[in-house]
Design a protein around this ligand. Structure first.
Ligand SMILES: [Zn+2]
Length: 273
């Protein structure tokens, strides 16, 4: 459906929310782009193609994949086969995505910002590491529309799993988002965000508060990740517990990188500062 003028969201199950990945079609006067393609499924593949045909938009030039996680590139190969649009990702994410592709590869691996002229829209594809190390975002300069993939969620905060991305990079990316003053954020999952400054500053506050909570606990004694988890969280499902422990580990990696914490076996200790 057209959610803003010339911005369409072709989502699985025709609803938005956490766990349902948005696929945004931006229809310019000289060409269109698709930002993410949803979980791989015959239904979603057909939905995207029939939607593009139904609205009779300008030629689909690019399929922009925000990052390596499967719900974002799932139907890219099918859409490419049907439209011959070029698939764009970053040099860091491309190998992960290519590993899963059967017949195609990422066509354009960006290592710097890439500007695309769509006539009525001027978009910039930007490297925005954090959620994963090679995540990109799309920024439309005239309207100040930001498509950040999973870096910003419609509700709550995105996860940063060790090995995928780093909290320090994520915080820098959010600071950069604040500087460009987006008017609307179209997240990878969930509904558009219009209170963008409040949203972005709350993401920084959430991480800063969590880090302080961990530091305060480590001031008392050494802790393992499991022990910190038991102190900070309660009543989480098995899956959410797994994600929460990953967030604690990511915070500890940041503190280690900053020389504030050391790790011995599985125990973390605060260095005096
Ligand atoms: Zn993700």
């Amino acid at each position: 459906m057209e959610i803003y003028p010339n911005i369409h969201n072709i989502v699985s199950e025709n609803k938005t929310g956490q766990g349902i990945t948005n696929a945004y079609l931006v229809t310019g006067t000289t060409g269109s782009v698709l930002i993410d393609t949803g979980w791989k499924s015959d239904e979603q593949s057909e939905r995207i193609i029939s939607y593009i045909n139904k609205i009779d938009c300008t030629t689909l030039k690019y399929i922009i994949v925000t990052h390596r996680h499967p719900p974002h590139w799932g139907n890219s190969e099918f859409v490419k086969k049907q439209t011959d649009a070029a698939i764009i990702s970053t040099v860091i994410e491309a190998p992960y995505i290519n590993d899963y592709f059967e017949n195609y590869k990422v066509d354009i691996e960006i290592d710097d910002n890439l500007d695309i002229d769509l006539g009525n829209f001027q978009i910039s594809v930007m490297k925005t590491p954090g959620h994963t190390s090679g995540t990109l975002a799309v920024f439309e300069k005239e309207n100040k529309y930001l498509f950040p993939g999973d870096t910003v969620m419609g509700k709550g905060t995105s996860v940063i799993n060790p090995g995928d991305g780093k909290i320090a990079d994520y915080l820098e990316t959010i600071e950069n988002f604040i500087k460009i003053e987006p008017k609307v954020i179209f997240p990878g999952q969930g509904d558009p965000v219009t209170e963008t400054y409040d949203k972005l500053t709350s993401l920084i506050a959430h991480r800063t508060d969590r880090e302080q909570e961990i530091v305060n606990l480590l001031k008392q004694k050494e802790y393992s990740v499991d022990e910190l988890f038991a102190q900070i969280y309660e009543n989480l499902s098995e899956w959410l517990s797994h994600l929460a422990k990953n967030q604690i580990t990511s915070h500890l990696i940041k503190l280690e990188d900053e020389g504030k914490v050391t790790k011995d076996q599985n125990m973390y200790k605060l260095i005096d500062f």
